[in-house]
Design a protein around this ligand. Structure first.
Ligand code: MRU
Length: 331
């Protein structure tokens, strides 16, 4: 991913491995966009912490970090079963986490090589998602996106942001409406930062403004990523995604979900069976350490919601773009 720095533009991955697998490095996403800081995880407990505390986040990037963590544990002579259980427990909703851990447990003979191969395949899948999805973007298209499904969430390219990157590379003009995405502001902090670095035209809007722009005909399509697609086509994604899908249907706007096959969980039948992560009250009660609610107020803080298949126009994957019924056939 391109990152503008004082001395020019640099190409950086969101997560990578150093010292022959002894260290896993990542952009610490908690500090963006004001500071570009890096975190080094030196053992699997630090990998667990990096995922849980969201230094790294976004389903495919969580998977890659987990794959590196398993490789690291194996190289360091740790109990890999114990390491994988710990890493699996970091976050419950993103399917890529479980997919990556299982993949590594099946490919432990050359741990570094396996982890790098896994990462390479994630990057390549995202590039293909970009190529496929870019066909949906015409000159002048206005797109709404929610949360961050960009390179930060996938190591490179992104899922929902990949088609925008490729369309931009192909010289298409477009405009991206970026939901701020409370409570952790992945849209305002991370998606806007990625689009700024790529010089892609965008406006950050507050979460409750998207209906207004849809009603005025200013949004042509919605593109989001997902943490899990289940067998009937329902998806789980960042809290608020469901509202966008309902609003899109009400306003006759196509709603696309972009994801690699590593996000498909065909062992879960329906969206209501997906375990939804609940996070700490502080994420809602505080902004930058300042209380914005009475200290005594109770809070609910689900990190994801489920969008039923009926609201989804199509799934943009590395294998092509599928309607809900085509996707079911793939399962
Ligand atoms: O809680 P987060 O920031 O990990 O949630 C991320 C999302 O909801 C993304 O949309 C999803 O993981 C897809 S990332 C390509």
């Amino acid at each position: 991913m391109k990152v503008k720095r004082d001395d020019g533009v640099e190409d950086i991955q969101a997560v990578w491995m150093e010292d022959e697998g002894e260290t896993v490095k990542m952009i610490d996403q908690r500090f963006l966009p004001s500071e570009l800081k890096f975190y080094s995880a030196e053992n699997y407990e630090e990998i667990y912490r990096a995922i849980k505390e969201m230094m790294v986040r976004g389903a495919p990037a969580i998977g890659v970090t987990a794959a590196y963590g398993i490789a690291q544990a194996e190289i360091q002579g740790e109990d890999v079963e114990e390491a994988s259980e710990r890493i699996r427990s970091a976050r419950p909703t993103a399917y890529d986490l479980f997919h990556a851990v299982d993949h590594m447990l099946d490919n432990l003979e050359r741990p570094c090589k396996s982890a790098e191969k896994y990462t390479g395949s994630v990057i390549e899948r995202c590039r293909e998602i970009g190529e496929n999805g870019a066909e949906l973007i015409k000159e002048g298209t206005n797109i709404l996106t929610h949360c961050n499904a960009g390179a930060l969430a996938t190591v490179d390219f992104g899922t929902a942001l990949a088609p925008m990157r490729i369309a931009d590379r192909d010289g298409k003009d477009m405009h991206i409406y970026v939901d701020e995405t409370r409570p952790r502001l992945q849209g305002a902090r991370l998606t806007a930062w990625e689009l700024y670095n790529e010089d892609i035209s965008h406006s950050v809007i507050v979460d409750n403004a998207s209906g207004h722009f849809m009603q005025r005909g200013e949004i042509d399509m919605v593109m989001v990523g997902t943490d899990r697609i289940v067998a009937n086509g329902d998806i789980a994604n960042k809290i608020g995604t469901y509202e966008k899908a309902v609003l899109a249907k009400e306003n006759d706007i196509p709603f696309y979900v972009a994801a690699p096959v590593t996000t498909y969980d065909d062992s879960t039948e329906r969206g209501k069976d997906i375990l939804i992560e609940n996070r700490e009250d502080e994420e809602v009660k505080e902004i930058n350490g300042n209380m914005i609610t009475p200290e005594e107020s109770d809070v609910e803080n689900p990190a994801f919601d489920v969008t039923p298949v009926d609201y989804i126009t199509g799934y943009i994957t590395e294998k092509g773009i599928f309607s809900p019924s085509e996707l079911k056939n793939m399962f």
